[in-house]
Design a binder for this molecule. Structure first.
Ligand code: ADP
Ligand code: MG
Length: 723
């Protein structure tokens, strides 16, 4: 290594020691105990076993033992058994195209011997005794010894990752690892229903997964996943053999409208190989979320058969993801089949004609509003984007609305109030965990369903996987998604996210209190002054005072609904007291509060329920979105000069108060710095994590510049991977 600091001379290139190379390669195939188990299990299946027993100690780190009754291994093959690229399943490259066994790379056992101690006892048909051999670093340790055995193979893997301390340390929780192992066994158990599986912890007499190898698939699912799932399964199948489409046959079982779970599970086999196919999973989940929002976490089992030459199983060392021809068309066909099935099984159910739930009838939107004046407040609809507005006079104390904010709860809060809040928080958390309870009005459900319907799956993928890197300018963030680099418009994204979260948290918001309640009248006057400065108000629109007054009255009329559904509380004297928490740990920019209040008066459709909620959510989205702060960014050179220039300007025009002017300039700079730093923190720590969890990007985001790909390292990455 070169010395730190100075320009280091290049280190000479050397060949890695073979053992090191092998250990690195082993890490690719054997990433964790469950991946070792999966390889061993697949070998047993390839050997034609009908009974497979597994014993695990310490989540597989101490011991993985698997016993099968397959065809066994011949004595003369034992020396080669654990050598890299030694396999009985593939001879020439062309075989790969029609491979029907699960293994073929001859890598699994070899890999295991580089990171663990492995021993084998095996016996083939018609022999009098079996043989035992132990292996290390790909080599058999001594001549195989004869021993007592039955037909089949027993493989014992001990002390996994004994020589890879970092990897070993990564598995802190053996139970979690055991869970993953059970997951693999369960999946195979319900696919291979003719085979009996058992998996238990070392020393336990009862198996945690146990199937008998003769029951129906539904019975096996009952035995493995429980009666709750098994009761609610619908059989499904789909196929295609059109010359331009995909050729496939799919048979499966999917959960019905009555099944609700915390997590969705998808057990997918393609040509009998346990795989993941993200595109297919997402497509099916989307159908559930749209048709059965209350059963949106389904259980799916699907087995798909494709012509082997259409599948490339060799895209990944663990063979977990597969790629195949005409994937899109296959996904489409299956998605349609699921949709048809769910609609069919759902026709007679009540929730498709869901009406207002109890409580909603205390109805909120009085239709024939007795407006104090016949004409609505006249202001030209302000469609100009708020982020185009500038703070004209930051020294105007009225413009400083941070003063109204009550950021932290003071320690002297009354205990009863705290208890109250605690109970409320718990309730909210429960409701969020259990979306069933928070499903309220049909109109909100419809708006949520529309979000699901309009989700762009490609964008969704990007958002789910992206990692924040930094801000490229005032509105664009740099983010990495796998091997691609994107610029993402944080204003658009946060606006959409807020809109969606307002609807999702509908009627279940946590509340933030303004430290001093803010008079609506004052807020509206600030906003109207701003409108005037922007040339969007003129004398003929009517006196500003009157417009503000009308708006105050309108909002006070709606106070009950605003409070109950949106946690926007207005007291009898027309003061705004609370705002909802839409994203945890995030407070909107209070400089935008006046225009938000004006927006509520002007741009919300108060007439019909659904439009009302939609436009209200949009107004909140506009307010809460992560716009650039009004104060110029002090970290940009030109702006830092702005602060100095304004200082000298002021000093020149107002000699007497030089010191004062300088002081407020420093204040302003500090305020700007805080505002920008705070926003960037929110983007990184609130927006990105929340987007990954909740945002369903709408179609238009795919081509309106919200996400633009800058670079793709795919090819380079591939080259690295081969090295
Ligand atoms: P692959 O499965 O890709 O061929 P492995 O390293 O997993 O490579 O296994 C190497 C070889 O060991 C297999 O090709 C097979 O011949 C033999 N083998 C492994 N496990 C078993 C088993 N349980 N029963 C019979 N043969 C086995
Ligand atoms: Mg194998």
């Amino acid at each position: 290594m070169g010395d730190a600091g100075g320009v280091a001379a290049p280190a000479p290139i050397k060949r890695l020691e073979e053992a090191v190379v092998n250990r690195i390669a082993a890490g690719e195939v054997i990433q964790r105990p469950a991946s070792a188990l999966k390889e061993l299990l697949e070998n047993s299946l390839d050997a034609g076993a009908t009974s497979i027993g597994i014993t695990i100690k310490d989540g597989g780190l101490k011991l993985i033992q698997i016993v099968d009754n397959g065809h066994g291994i011949r004595y003369e093959d034992l020396p080669l058994l654990c050598e890299r690229h030694a396999t009985s399943k593939l001879q020439v490259f062309e075989d790969l195209e029609v491979i029907s066994t699960l293994g073929f790379r001859g890598e699994a056992l070899a890999s295991i011997t580089f990171v663990a101690h492995l021993s084998v006892i095996t016996m083939t048909e018609g022999q009098a005794h079996g043989y035992k051999a132990t292996y290390k670093d790909g080599q058999m340790q001594a001549e195989a010894r004869p021993c007592a055995a039955v037909k089949g193979t027993q493989i014992t893997v001990e002390n996994l990752f004994y020589n890879v301390a970092a990897r070993r340390k990564a598995f802190k929780n053996p139970n979690e690892e055991y869970g993953r192992i059970l997951d693999v066994v369960s999946r195979y158990a319900i696919h291979k229903i003719g085979i009996s599986f058992s998996c238990k912890k070392h020393g336990d007499s009862r198996a945690d997964v146990h199937t008998v190898g003769s029951s129906s698939r539904t019975d096996t699912i009952r035995a493995v996943y429980g009666p709750g799932v098994a009761r609610e399964l619908i059989a499904i199948s789909a196929s295609d053999d059109s010359p331009q489409g995909s050729t496939f046959q799919m048979d499966g079982l999917i959960s019905s409208a009555n099944y609700s779970s915390k997590r969705s599970s998808m057990v997918l086999f393609i040509n009998d190989r346990l795989v993941e196919c993200t595109a297919l999973r997402k497509a099916i989940e989307l159908v559930y979320a749209t048709i059965l929002p209350k059963a949106s976490k389904p259980f799916i089992y699907m087995s798909i058969h494709l012509p082997p030459e259409h599948v490339d199983v060799n895209v990944h060392p663990t063979k977990r993801e597969v790629s195949f021809l005409n994937q899109e068309s296959l996904v489409d066909t299956i998605q349609q089949a699921v949709e048809a099935k769910l609609l069919e099984s759902n026709n007679s159910r009540t929730f498709s004609t869901q009406t207002l739930l109890p409580g909603a009838s205390i109805a909120i939107i009085p239709r024939e509003e007795s407006s104090p004046s016949p004409s609505p407040p006249v202001i030209t609809p302000q469609k100009a984007p708020v982020n185009k507005k500038v703070r004209v006079d930051s020294l105007n104390p009225q413009g400083r609305l941070h003063a109204f904010m009550h950021k932290k709860r003071s320690v002297t809060d009354e205990p009863s109030q705290m208890e109250n809040d605690l109970a409320k928080t718990r309730r909210t958390v429960r409701q969020r965990r259990n979306p069933k309870e928070s499903a309220d009005l049909t109109s909100v459900q419809e708006l949520l369903a529309a979000i699901d319907r309009q989700t762009h799956s490609g964008m969704l993928e990007i958002i789910k996987q992206c990692i924040y890197i930094g801000m490229a300018d005032d509105v664009l963030a740099l983010a990495q998604c796998k091997t691609r680099l994107y610029v993402l418009n944080v204003v658009n994204l946060s606006k959409e996210l807020i809109y969606q979260q307002v609807l999702r948290r509908f009627a279940h918001f946590n509340v933030m209190h303004l430290s001093t309640s803010a008079p609506l009248m004052e807020l509206l006057m600030i906003a109207l002054d701003e409108e005037e400065r922007m040339g969007r108000w003129c004398e003929s629109d009517g006196p500003k005072g009157q417009i503000a007054q009308l708006n105050v009255e309108l909002l006070m009329c709606k106070a009950e609904m605003l409070k109950e559904y949106f946690s926007i509380e207005i007291d009898e004297s027309g003061n705004l007291c609370t705002l909802p928490v839409v994203l945890d740990q995030y407070t909107p920019d209070m400089d935008r509060l006046p225009s938000f209040v004006l927006n509520l008066g002007n741009n919300v459709d108060w007439e019909s329920e659904k439009e009302c909620f939609e436009t209200l959510a949009a107004a909140m989205a506009d307010f809460y979105a992560m716009h650039p702060p009004f104060l110029p960014n002090p970290n940009e050179n030109e702006h830092s000069q702005t602060y100095c220039v304004s200082k000298s300007k002021q000093a020149a025009t107002d000699e007497g108060s030089e010191e004062q002017a300088g002081g407020s300039d420093i204040d302003m700079r500090a305020e700007a710095e805080t505002a920008w730093a705070h926003r960037e923190w929110s983007i990184q720590h609130v927006l990105f994590p929340a987007m990954k969890l909740f945002l369903k990007p709408p179609m238009h985001m795919a081509n309106d510049g919200t996400a633009v790909q800058l670079a793709c390292l795919e090819n380079l990455y591939k080259i690295f991977e081969r090295c």
